[in-house]
Design a protein around this ligand. Structure first.
Ligand code: BGC
Length: 413
């Protein structure tokens, strides 16, 4: 099997707006982080101050050898009150897109990555009957201002989990538990909003448009029966998004580990969301998230997305590992990229690989503990320190091939 990647293959890294920008005070997550009894270990605060430091970050990514950057725009900044749009904030995001173009980096723009304006949460959030039309209006206004500069557009990041996490498990805003009506409405609204938002973006932009989905690599062992674990429920919701994605230009695949189900039920570590505050110890076989170290999951996820969408182009929009051992990250990426190559050798149209994440950043309720970044960030000075894995991935991107020997962390290939 060839260890090279085709001309034009996208190699890059990803950040999510709320997780890196800092000071996202008008959002539902800011409220969620600060409310009494919050599940969050710490607030997002200044995050990585990406809001002011984006230009240096993009030239750093390009200097490392990568040619694509996925980042998000923040609805709470662009529409700070219902129907009130900020030209200054849209101009800010335009400057980020322009910084990408100046550095010959394809900008992949995410319109929604988990957070909502707080005023929209107060209206009922994803479960509000106004949600699809409000998302459509936001996409219309943002794409009118930015559309010509967008390389690739993603409507939602991982919408398949938002109904469960916010309305059944209570681990995301609005924090409801056992609210089946809310969860159902959220899922139905997100599906409708994706279709409406994609059409609004297309009206102003020739960029390919799609949705990014967390695609768990669920593996049933002999004697195991499908059940109702949260990942299996997400997987069934994915079926509905995959169906809709048949009309899109690509589908974004995101995966971090596998999920094994044996005859006695689930047996993969790190997926017990009932105890959110537990201390997690990284081992040789597990990550800082408690997940099994299993980079091969990417192959299963890509094949599932390819089959379920009837073969639309695939972009790996997130894949990564929370680890304090950077050599482990290099081995992880190496193995994951070999999975992508195996899928391509089978005829699957994989267009790029975007690593989560460019920076060590705010990992939602887990705060700044888990380190997913190719680049470390000093929490006080915000100085960036690229890790050997950043140079390694940049060198793979430049050479468009993987090294013969798996796992070499030398920064050259
Ligand atoms: C999300 C990111 C998150 C990452 C690592 C993905 O599900 O899109 O926001 O930080 O996983 O957990």
């Amino acid at each position: 099997m060839s260890n090279t990647f085709p001309n034009g293959f996208l190699f890059g890294a990803v950040v999510g707006a709320h997780q890196v920008e800092g000071g996202n005070t008008n959002s539902d997550w800011w409220w969620w982080e600060h409310r009494e009894g919050t599940l969050c270990r710490e607030p997002s605060g200044d995050a990585c101050d990406f809001y002011h430091r984006y230009a240096d970050d993009i030239s750093m990514l390009a200097g490392l050898g990568m040619n694509a950057f996925r980042f998000g725009i923040e609805w709470a900044r662009i529409e700070p009150a219902d129907g009130e749009f900020s030209t200054a904030q849209l101009d800010h995001y335009r400057r980020i897109l322009e910084a990408c173009h100046r550095n010959s980096v394809t900008p992949i723009l995410t319109f929604h990555h988990f957070t909502l304006p707080k005023w929209l949460l107060d209206l009922g959030g994803f479960a509000s009957e106004r949600f699809p039309s409000l998302f459509e209006r936001y996409c219309d206004r943002a794409a009118a201002a930015l559309g010509d500069a967008i390389g690739i557009a993603c409507t939602f990041n991982e919408p398949q989990g938002l109904g469960q996490s916010g309305y059944l498990l209570g681990i995301n805003p609005p924090g409801h538990t056992d609210d089946n009506t809310g969860a159902q409405a959220a899922v139905d609204n997100l599906l409708e909003a994706h279709a409406a938002g994609a059409a609004a973006i297309r009206a102003h932009s020739s960029a390919p448009v799609g949705v990014t989905l967390a695609v768990p690599d669920i593996q049933y062992e002999d004697g195991a029966e499908p059940g109702d674990t949260s990942l299996e429920i997400e997987s069934r919701i994915n079926d509905r998004f995959f169906e809709l994605a048949r009309r899109d230009d690509f589908v974004g695949v995101q995966t971090y580990t596998r999920f094994r189900i044996g005859p006695e039920g689930p047996r993969s570590p790190g997926h017990d969301w009932s105890d959110w505050t537990r201390e997690i110890e990284e081992t040789d076989d597990t990550t800082q998230m408690g997940y099994e170290y299993y980079p091969q999951a990417l192959g299963g996820a890509i094949r599932r997305a390819w089959k379920s969408t009837g073969g639309i182009p695939i972009l790996v929009t997130e894949n990564g590992i929370a680890t304090s051992v950077d050599e482990k990250r290099v081995s992880f990426i190496d193995a994951a990229l070999r999975e992508a190559q195996a899928c391509m050798a089978e005829g699957i149209d994989v267009r790029g690989y975007l690593h989560w994440s460019l920076l060590d950043n705010f990992e939602w309720a887990f705060g700044y503990g888990p380190t997913f970044g190719l680049v470390a960030v000093d929490r006080h000075s915000f100085v960036r320190y690229p890790k050997p894995s950043a140079a390694w991935l940049g060198a793979v991107a430049r050479a468009r091939s993987l090294p013969e020997r798996a796992g070499a962390a030398s920064g050259s290939v």
